[in-house]
Design a binder for this molecule. Structure first.
Ligand SMILES: [Fe+2]
Ligand SMILES: [Fe+2]
Length: 239
């Protein structure tokens, strides 16, 4: 990440964490991602994991995300703000899925090899998703500390520690399931999907914040975010 991009993200998170309404808006976005697995049937396909060890890791992962959903719920309530079940492009998982051509939904009629490949696809999808979230949470912890939102900082730090574990095991497990060549093809497909989704999701959120919170943001910051939106639209075309 360039120094300019880091500075922009630091400013963005600090601006949003400085006010309970905008802070709760960000926490609702994080919560939406944590909740997504509970709204679909094809996440954490542990019934098809080729080893008991991987199945157990996926079960633990699923429980972690359920716990994170509750942690964000309490953090939003602690700010005195409403908890909202977001949908569509407000859910980062949905945006990645929209930008990735491969599906990991397993059908009963799939062969054993097809099931194995789809488990690998799910793990590669989860890896890039978790990596992006972990990066965002690092900026958010900094913002919470600077803005003296210490209770939220403690929650986000705890979530971040779990996400770092999810980033690591998912990529290792995806590689173990496939030949080296196929694993790299699958991983690259999900890397590109996340890269496109990263720009599309951020652009959508910048647009939303500029229209919803126009009076809460400094004019110079609004200009910078609007420019970032234009740059992200162009960047997505080149992924
Ligand atoms: Fe999580
Ligand atoms: Fe996670």
């Amino acid at each position: 990440m360039s120094a300019v991009e880091s500075a922009m993200k630091r400013m963005w998170h600090r601006d949003l964490a400085s006010d309970p309404t905008t802070h709760a808006w960000v926490l609702n976005l994080y919560r939406a991602g944590e909740r997504h697995p509970q709204t679909v049937k094809d996440y954490f396909p542990y019934a098809h994991a080729p080893s008991a060890e991987l199945a157990e890791k996926m079960r633990t992962h699923e429980r972690d995300e359920e716990r994170h959903t509750k942690m964000y719920t309490r953090a939003i309530e602690g700010l005195g703000e409403p908890v909202i079940d977001l949908e569509g492009y407000d859910v980062f998982n949905e945006v990645i899925r929209d930008k990735t051509s491969a599906s990991f939904t397993i059908a009963d009629t799939d062969t054993a090899d097809e099931k194995r490949e789809k488990v690998a696809h799910f793990l590669a999808h989860a890896h890039f998703l978790e990596k992006r979230i972990a990066r965002s949470l690092e900026f958010h912890v900094d913002a919470c500390r600077v803005m003296r939102s210490d209770r939220v900082a403690t929650v986000v730090e705890s979530v971040l520690a779990d996400e770092i574990g999810h980033v690591a095991y998912t990529i290792d497990a995806a590689r173990d399931l496939l030949t080296r060549k196929r694993a790299e093809e699958v991983i690259d497909l999900h890397r590109r999907g996340e890269a496109k989704a990263n720009y599309a999701f951020s652009r959508h959120q910048v647009k939303t914040a500029l229209s919803r919170f126009a009076t809460k943001l400094a004019r110079s910051h609004k200009s910078a975010y609007a420019l970032a939106g234009v740059v992200m639209l162009e960047a997505e075309r080149h992924v």
